[in-house]
Design a protein around this ligand. Structure first.
Ligand SMILES: Nc1ncnc2c1ncn2[C@@H]1O[C@H](COP(=O)(O)OP(=O)(O)OP(=O)(O)O)[C@@H](O)[C@H]1O
Ligand SMILES: [Mg+2]
Length: 354
């Protein structure tokens, strides 16, 4: 029997047994498997796998704050987002999380269930929110993002009720719930400035996390892990740590942003040490805009935007960078201006290198 016929039989079998999660997981796998052979089928299956959850979300009214009547969350339709550049360990753990939820059958056979909660921790701008979007996109599920401003009601006692309502809403359909900047609602209960409202809120959150159903996924992100209540920490099955990018990660990020020329890549990778992924992306975009408006080559604009950083490097390092600039096609005059290395030195070094 051909693999396709077998897959179709499984699909029908899961459907007739009402196993919607398995139907979607199989549809997604089939869309990958047949994308070269039968692209039309692959496309239709991918759409089916994505739409299922999203449509069911769209049909439901969003929970609202009782006083302001404002929605407590935003629902973001699944989309194929750019893959975050992450360190090896975090990338592996994120892809395992996705695989567990895409196809939990293997885990189930072993009496296990997919990770149901993960805490994303790290400094600002390193891709915590982006990764949550990416995970939901990979699973073809809508991402429900808690709106903190609305959820933290100014009326005492209402915030807990809001959080409870949101969890109830999410339990009713396939989605990924994101509690972004969770420290705002999960601060240590010993906080002296607290009036009791915070304690209630943390207790609600603890209870909701305990009751969160197997097979569902709740993500929470924070850049203030030290503020989180220790009991909240313990509730998360997985803690994913995000860091500032290493040299090779900065290089991968620059390449993702369309910088391909080897010399330029080396120089920028070095000059952007210590910056977050968000800062790097912002700087590249703004310097690209500058280059277009000022009518200068893109590489010049990018180097210009890093010149201040480069000039702060020790002399020996600036010499090496200026050589790399010249090797990347930047004129000696320009390399000298940008790095503060004299043209004379540059010429001498060029002569002495074979
Ligand atoms: N790891 C990454 N890979 C690729 N791009 C990234 C990465 N991290 C951040 N960016 C870029 O920076 C933007 C902002 O990142 P994001 O909002 O995910 O950071 P964050 O860790 O959630 O920060 P914060 O703690 O301030 O909320 C992203 O939309 C993306 O353009
Ligand atoms: Mg964020």
């Amino acid at each position: 029997m051909s693999a396709l016929i077998q897959d179709v039989i499984h699909l029908v079998q899961f459907g007739s047994e009402g196993r919607s999660r398995d139907v979607k997981a199989l549809a997604r796998r089939m869309s990958q498997k047949y994308k070269d052979e039968i692209p039309e089928l692959a496309e239709r299956l991918a759409l089916l796998a994505v739409r299922n959850g999203a449509l069911r979300a769209a049909g439901r009214p969003l929970p609202v704050d009782a006083d302001s009547r404002m929605a407590l969350a935003r629902v973001i339709e699944p989309a194929l987002a750019r893959e975050p550049i992450l360190d090896e360990i975090t990338r592996t753990r994120v892809s395992q999380l996705v695989s567990e939820h895409r196809d939990p059958s293997q885990l189930r056979l072993a009496g296990l269930s997919p990770t149901k909660s993960a805490l994303l921790v790290g400094p600002p701008g390193v891709g915590k929110t982006m990764t949550a979007h990416w995970i939901a996109g990979q699973l073809g599920l809508p991402l429900v993002v808690l709106d903190l401003a609305t959820a933290i009601s100014s009326f005492l006692g209402k915030s807990g009720q809001n959080v409870r309502q949101l969890f109830d809403f999410c339990k009713e359909f396939d989605c990924v719930l994101l509690l972004d900047e969770v420290d705002a609602i999960a601060k240590r209960r010993a906080d002296e400035t607290d009036l009791g409202e915070l304690k209630r809120l943390v207790n609600v959150l603890l209870q909701e996390l305990d009751e969160w159903p197997e097979g569902s996924l709740v993500l929470a992100a924070t850049n203030h892990p030290d503020l989180l209540d220790p009991a909240i920490w313990r509730r998360f099955e997985s803690v994913l740590e995000f860091t500032l990018p290493s040299g090779s990660e900065r290089q991968a990020l620059l390449m993702q942003q369309g910088i391909g020329e080897a010399g330029l890549l080396t120089v920028l990778t070095q000059a952007m040490a210590g910056m977050s992924q968000a800062d790097i992306v912002r700087q590249i975009r703004s310097s690209k805009r500058f280059s277009v408006l000022a009518g200068v080559p893109e590489a010049d604009g990018l180097l210009e935007s890093c010149a201040e950083v480069i000039r702060r490097f020790p002399q020996a390092e600036r010499h090496i960078i200026s050589e790399r600039m010249v090797a990347a096609g930047v004129s000696q005059r320009r390399a000298s201006e940008l790095t503060g290395t004299s043209r004379n030195t540059l010429r001498k070094r060029a002569k002495s290198t074979p």
